[in-house]
Design a binder for this molecule. Structure first.
Ligand SMILES: Cc1ncc(COP(=O)(O)O)c(C=O)c1O
Length: 447
């Protein structure tokens, strides 16, 4: 069965009917929801996912950028299977945890100490708390529109829009969830990404109170727009002058270079939050950075300033999978993957020009995102999509999923894996060209 089947998702629809009776909204994770119902997976291998009706799709979502070697890579399966037979979680350490810490600390210059945990959300939360403890300050500065997981502080202004984002000179701290306490909003400093003057002005107004400036170097929800070098370096200098922690969220962007996206900048952050690819397909998070700051988590201290645990932290399954995955994602593998992604971007740009639609591509390393504007956005407000544009993107993504057997991320983004090749790129760019031609009249109606 494939995309030509006229009843795609027949079995998924039946499963979803059961799902809504027992799971709220029928899902455990909003990301997988699609209208009229989510699709359910039977098996996944390499770059392909097969659904319960037997339809096989090329996967450019790679579980939201977390599968750097695609699905069920044989080396990861083998290593994890071996570890499973030895046990999956203990109230004791395992040597592989130490070996993996050695590997990651060797990989990125600024990683002197590391601590493993269970998710990117937890890594960002621990990073924020460590910054507060270390500096003795409590405000958190973050960019409008960035997604850093679901910790109360980290999620503020993630979904800001024209009706509530306020003046660009001083963006509002906008809650994502109702009844977020005022205390949290009052302790947030929101700045416009990639806007040096305004960002420094806003930071200056809070100079004595900011514990950390939280930065994603290629923030996906902002538009998968790389931070300008001048911009990131100006923030770095500001943090040095003001005794503030420079906290990078590399949960997604660690895939960009061998040492993460930070390799592209001439600075070292104080702390870095990690997740996604470092779990080799299993749940993980990690906080890495300068030894003197990481010391706030050190249980040997007489006065432990930031107690941190976690029932499944550094469980040997996630750690074994991560160690195996990151050992394979060596310098050459990173270069090859980024080169393939560059070719894909070029081919998508050619499809855009052949279809004669107003669109452009942003991204970095092994990720890209398509925007339906002629000019590449450089800020959140420029990249912001009104609901009419979102509806057209959904139509394009549904067409790709249902008729071309391709899965992309719902922001119109692709995250590559080392299992991909030129044939996959050709399939993607041809499918996109067909899709662009279908949505073209709707885009024209908008302008
Ligand atoms: C930049 C960034 N930070 C943090 C997170 C949270 O990671 P997790 O979903 O593992 O909690 C995400 C998840 O997508 C992310 O994109």
């Amino acid at each position: 069965m494939n995309a030509k089947d006229n009843q795609p998702g027949k079995t998924s629809k039946k499963i979803y009917k059961r799902a809504v009776k027992v799971l709220t909204g029928g899902v455990s994770r909003n990301t997988i929801f699609r209208k009229p119902h989510p699709f359910y997976v039977s098996t996944a291998n390499g770059s392909y996912i097969t659904d319960v009706d037997g339809c096989k799709r090329l996967d450019f979502a790679n579980n939201m950028a977390s599968l750097i070697h695609g699905h069920s890579h044989p080396k990861i399966v083998e290593a994890v299977t071996e570890q499973l037979q030895k046990g999956s979680a203990f109230t004791m350490g395992s040597e592989i945890e130490v070996k993996y810490a050695e590997l990651l600390n060797e990989r990125t210059k600024g990683f002197k100490k590391i601590r493993f945990m269970n998710s990117g959300t937890e890594a960002v939360m621990t990073m924020i708390k460590a910054a507060r403890v270390y500096t003795g300050k409590h405000k958190i500065a973050k960019a409008e529109g960035t997604y850093h997981g679901t910790y109360d502080y980290a999620e503020i202004s993630q979904t800001s829009g024209p009706t509530n984002w306020g003046s660009i000179d001083k963006p509002n701290a906008v809650p994502v969830v109702e009844e977020t306490p005022e205390g949290i909003l009052n302790n947030m400093v929101i700045f416009p990404y990639n806007d040096i003057e305004r960002t420094l002005e806003i930071l200056d107004q809070n100079a004595n109170k900011v514990a950390c400036v939280l930065i994603d170097l290629v923030p996906h929800r902002v538009g998968l727009i790389p931070g300008n070098k001048d911009y990131i370096e100006a923030i770095y200098k500001w943090t040095r002058k003001n005794n503030t922690i420079l906290a990078f969220d590399e949960v997604v962007t660690y895939r960009v270079n061998y040492s993460g996206a930070q390799e592209d900048y001439n600075i070292e952050p104080d702390l870095t939050a990690l997740g996604k690819i470092i779990g080799g397909g299993f749940p993980i998070g990690a906080l890495a950075g300068k030894a003197e700051i990481m010391q706030v988590l050190d249980p040997r201290e007489t006065f432990l300033r930031h107690p941190h645990s976690g029932t499944f932290s550094a469980n040997p399954i996630s750690i074994t999978a991560g160690y195996t995955a990151m050992s394979m994602f060596n310098k050459q593998a990173v270069l090859n993957l980024n080169k393939l992604t560059k070719t894909a971007i070029k081919q998508v740009e050619e499809a855009i020009s052949l279809a004669e639609i107003p669109a452009c591509v942003t991204g970095s390393g092994s990720m890209f995102r398509i925007h339906f504007n002629n000019i590449k956005p450089t800020t959140y407000r420029e990249a912001y999509q009104e609901k009419e544009v979102k509806a057209i993107i959904n139509e394009l993504l549904d067409y790709l999923f249902l008729k071309e057997d391709i899965l992309m991320i719902n922001t119109c983004s692709c995250m590559f894996a080392t299992t991909m090749n030129q044939q996959h790129v050709d399939q993607l760019s041809e499918a996109l060209l067909n899709g662009f031609r279908i949505i073209k009249p709707k885009l024209e109606d908008l302008s």
